[in-house]
Design a protein around this ligand. Structure first.
Ligand code: GBH
Length: 585
């Protein structure tokens, strides 16, 4: 246990923490002393409380559930009966057998021999073992335990897939289907319980064993340093990503990870989807220390810290591991103009500028923000120095994109320019409207089959993938390889299915993977250099604010059985089959 490190909370955080546990009644107004003298600046007073990691759990999170299994499970061999693929979804004019229909093969498509196809998961979503072996709390432990109404089904990821103890089985099961790569995230607050300071050697040993197990099964380990589970201590000490203080802490954490795992891990991602976690600011009021930064500025302060942190962690990583591939994960759907009007084209451009371009323009093109973002942020963000720009530019070895879907974009009713000129417009500053349907003139149909209603952003829009990949290549990747670092689908209403065999036969997710792989092959045959892809996700897991109610797994996990058994879904076989058919041997 980490006793040696101190966390000093400001008045608000500590009082609030005590308040929650003990029902303290703050009858003394914060702005007066006991003898009634007015205090000029009450926040200048800090508590002398010292919290160790156990205190943080007790005061700031509360009781945590533990799994039925809390020791590392040895893998059991996957029975060969579990490896029989399902009957196919597609009618074939010349079926050659129940399990192996003839698939018309396009002979001009192929995945090169060294193309790596894999599966991905992320620390908070899969690990469970929330308090085990000295892990410190992250902001997601607060969001799931404390923030009323934040999680759709009121669940936490205290146990989730119990991957912390079951990883050997998990790796054996993906290896049994021929998967070549497994992408997982380190939990920052396992490795450094307070995000900075002491390193937890038990956590290092744990991830070392995950990596060794991958190698034992001939699966390439790929590591993400940060997938949203920010150590709570960093949020409550200085505002987490809102403060540039995080840069030094992130780089120090990255160094610890590179030093521990860099001899066996060649593929690194620094941060997952900064557009998403930066737009999560401001965090819910009253549950985190409030640093009085205007709400509208917070995502961009976070973005600034991310660009500095990522780029420095990239440079340090390349110095320590010259042969490694280091990048970060972008995200966002393909943006289709809803009509061919010039204002819709402008809306599409601004949507790219304020989303992917916010990070990708500095990193891949110029070292600095694009003109649209710059016009907005220059009144409240300090400019990057020349040397920071130099560090940022070129700080990625591949263009990694979480490319799930596509949407239509169009101009606000008042037009794009009127929105740019009106800071109170609801779409300001991006000034782009978005829709999942074609225009009324084009029939008004949905862009493609809808995923689960709890993932309303997601549709099967695989027809647009070739255009999407060309766009990423032409705009940002240029000569660098492209990695599709996440893609996947939430089968509609899967959580209301009750029969095991019904759950395992997931037709829309299967057709998503079927068509996605062929769309990717088409783009590759046209010259787009995709070197690998990672399907989301290896199994059902904690879908953030949706809890366990939307499912992205290619394996079902029975969360009501304490043993948490895993089962392959049909879609996993569909994904694997694309490589049986198309990958060069
Ligand atoms: C990925 O993000 C995440 O990396 C992964 O952790 C997650 O499990 C997976 O997707 C599946 O969701 O509901 O309209 O506010 C994908 C990009 C960006 C998609 C944020 C959902 C919220 C849109 N995500 N977005 S909305």
């Amino acid at each position: 246990m980490m006793k040696e490190s101190l966390i000093i909370l400001g008045v608000a955080g500590a009082v609030q923490a005590l308040d929650k546990r003990q029902g303290f009644n703050q009858s003394i107004p914060a702005s007066t002393t006991l003898d009634g003298t007015a205090i000029e600046n009450p926040t200048a007073y800090a508590t002398p409380f010292v919290l160790n990691v156990e205190d943080m759990w007790d005061l700031l999170i509360g009781p945590v559930a533990t799994a039925a299994t809390t020791t590392t499970v040895s893998p059991t061999p996957v029975p060969s009966s579990s490896l029989i693929p399902p009957p196919p979804l597609y009618y074939s004019p010349f079926p050659t057998g129940a399990q192996h229909p003839m698939e018309p093969k396009n002979e001009s498509w192929s995945f090169p021999k060294d193309f790596w196809w894999g599966v991905a998961g992320a620390s908070y979503q899969i690990e469970g073992a929330a308090k085990a072996d000295g892990r410190g709390p992250s902001i997601w432990d607060v969001l799931s335990h404390r923030v009323a109404g934040f999680i759709h089904d009121n669940t936490t990821a205290d146990i989730s897939d119990n991957n912390y103890y079951m990883y050997k089985q998990d790796i054996a099961r993906v290896a049994a289907l021929g998967v070549k790569a497994y992408s997982f995230t380190l939990s920052w607050s396992r490795i450094m319980p307070f995000g900075r300071g002491p390193v937890n050697e038990v956590a290092i040993a744990h991830y070392n064993d995950i990596i060794s197990t991958c190698i034992e099964y001939d699966v390439i380990p790929m590591v993400t340093l940060f997938h949203w589970d920010l150590p709570l201590a960093l949020q409550d000490t200085y505002g987490g990503w809102l403060s540039e203080n995080i840069v030094g802490d992130f780089v120090a954490y990255a160094k610890v990870a590179y030093a521990a795992f860099g001899d066996r891990v060649d593929h690194w991602f620094t941060v997952n989807e900064p557009i998403v976690f930066c737009n999560d600011y401001p965090l819910p009021a009253m549950y985190f220390k409030n640093f009085s930064i205007p709400n509208a500025h917070q995502p961009f302060l976070c973005g600034q810290s991310v660009l500095l942190s990522h780029s420095q962690a990239y440079q340090v990583g390349k110095a320590m591991m010259p042969n490694a591939t280091i990048s970060y994960k972008n995200n966002g759907g393909y943006k289709i103009p809803q009509t061919n009007s010039s204002d819709d084209a402008l809306a599409v451009q601004r949507a790219w500028d304020f989303n992917e371009g916010w990070f990708s323009d500095p990193i891949f093109l110029t070292g600095d923000y694009n003109a649209a973002v710059k016009a907005y942020v220059s009144s409240f963000l300090r400019p990057f120095t020349a040397s920071e720009k130099q560090t940022i530019l070129g700080s990625a070895d591949s263009y990694a994109h979480d490319a799930y879907t596509a949407q239509f974009y169009f101009a606000p009713d008042s037009g794009v320019q009127a929105c740019i000129d009106n800071t109170t417009h609801p779409l300001y500053p991006t000034c782009a409207n978005t829709s999942y349907t074609y225009s009324a003139q084009d029939g008004g149909w949905l862009v493609g089959a809808a995923a689960d209603p709890l993932s309303p952003w997601l549709h099967k829009a695989t027809d647009w993938l070739p255009a999407f990949l060309h766009y990423l290549a032409d705009t940002w990747a240029k000569d660098l390889p492209i990695v599709v670092s996440e893609f996947g689908f939430a089968e509609p209403f899967e959580s209301s299915k009750t029969l095991l065999q019904d759950i395992l036969y997931d037709p829309i997710r299967s057709s998503y993977f079927h068509d996605y792989m062929r769309a990717m092959l088409m783009a590759m045959s046209e010259g787009v250099n995709v070197v690998g892809c990672l399907a989301w996700s290896l199994y059902d897991n904690y879908e953030w604010a949706t809890g366990f109610s939307a499912k992205f797994g290619m394996q079902y996990v029975n969360f009501t059985d304490p043993a948490l058994p895993r089962y392959y879904k049909a879609s996993f076989f569909e994904y694997a089959r694309a490589f049986e058919i198309y990958q060069e041997k």
